[in-house]
Each structure stands twice: as structure tokens, then as C-alpha cells.
Ligand binder design. Sequence first.
Ligand code: E4P
Length: 218
Amino acid sequence: MEFFLDTANMDEINRIKKIGLVNGITTNPTIISKENRDFKEIIIEICDAIKGPVSAEVIGLSVEEMINEARDIAQWAPNIVVKIPMTEAGLEAVSILAKEGIKTNVTLIFSVAQGLMAAKAGATYISPFIGRIDDMGEDGIELIRNLKQTLSNYDYHTKIITASIRTINHLEKAAVAGADIATIPGSIFPKLWSHPLTDKGIKQFSEDWGNVPNTVKS
Ligand code: E4P
């Protein structure tokens, strides 16, 4: 499973990159707005720091607007993926961009039908938002399982990015369901390697080591 970071914050990106766990980055207009910086400048800085795919989202909603923005954004760096919203115009834009070799990530996917349409249009990635589905009282992980099965039934190469991850449980279940990628907020990432029993065990071992006689203590 690949791990993307769902952030545009360079401190978070650099911290987790150092450990060697970041395969790519996803952003959206909300994430970008938190940085209070120029959109293009942030994306180029991220693309320099992370060699894997970096998703940057278009703002326009018509086919023409999306295509013009996508063609521009795609020039910013070789590892750019253009994020396109899941609409009728978005699907048309994706199919045109796919023919031009521009990689796309179709965002705001909430059903198998939407994921299948995006794959058929030629999306490189699809982003089902599981946390927002859970917020509605439905099962986001069920969507990941069903999308995985559907894409594999027809041998689509579109990759599933599990998005809107809120908990460790989300990440674990997405991995079990076979999602290709999980995009994880910087605030949740450090929780993935933490466990209270690990901390308790380390403390206990240190204390007990202090009781071992004739040992060189470092
Ligand atoms: C990633 O591509 C999405 O934009 C992001 O995961 C959305 O997460 P949210 O539902 O917590 O805003």
C-alpha cells in the first residue's frame, strides 16, 4: 500500500518524509487555504520535496475551465496529478486530458457508479471520501471494498486513493480491503506508529534494565 500525505504543510511533509513513508501528496482547495500562501508556489515546493505524485485541484467547473487549468497546472512539475471533481463536465475533461497524457485524480467519489465512470473516462486515480460517508451514517469502507472488486472485474488500472481518512481504523480497514493508496492527514499519520502498550512496554523495560546488576549502563 502506498501512503500519501493529505496536506500542503511543509513541516508535516518534511517530518514524515524523513522517515521514508511518503509516496505522494494530495491537496484540495481547503488544504491549500490553510497555508495562506500562493497556490502555484506551494505546489512547486511540494513537487520539489516529494518525487511521487502530487495532486493539485482545479477550481473551474466547466469543461473548458477545467481543461485550461489542468493544462497549466500539469506544466508546473513532472509529478503533478490534476484533481478534477466528479461531475459530468469533470468526466469529459478527464477523458480529454487522458488522451493528452495528463494524469488525473477524480475527487469527491461517493459511489461505485461514480468510481466506475471515472475509471472508464480514463482517470489515473479516484478518491473515495470514506470519512464523509461515515459522517452520513453509512459505511465508507464498504465503498472501498466494492470499488476494488469492480475495478478488478474489468481490469481497470485506475488506482484507488482512500481519502477523508479520520482514524487509524480507517487506514487499517482500507488496507485490508486492498485500496492501492491511503491519503492520510499529517495530524493522523504519527498515530499510525504509536500504541500505548508500546510506550508502556518501553518504560517497563527501561526500569527493569536498571535492576540488572553488573551491566554497563549507557
Ligand atoms: C483528499 O484527496 C481529500 O481532499 C481529503 O482526504 C478530504 O478529507 P476531509 O473529508 O477530511 O476534508
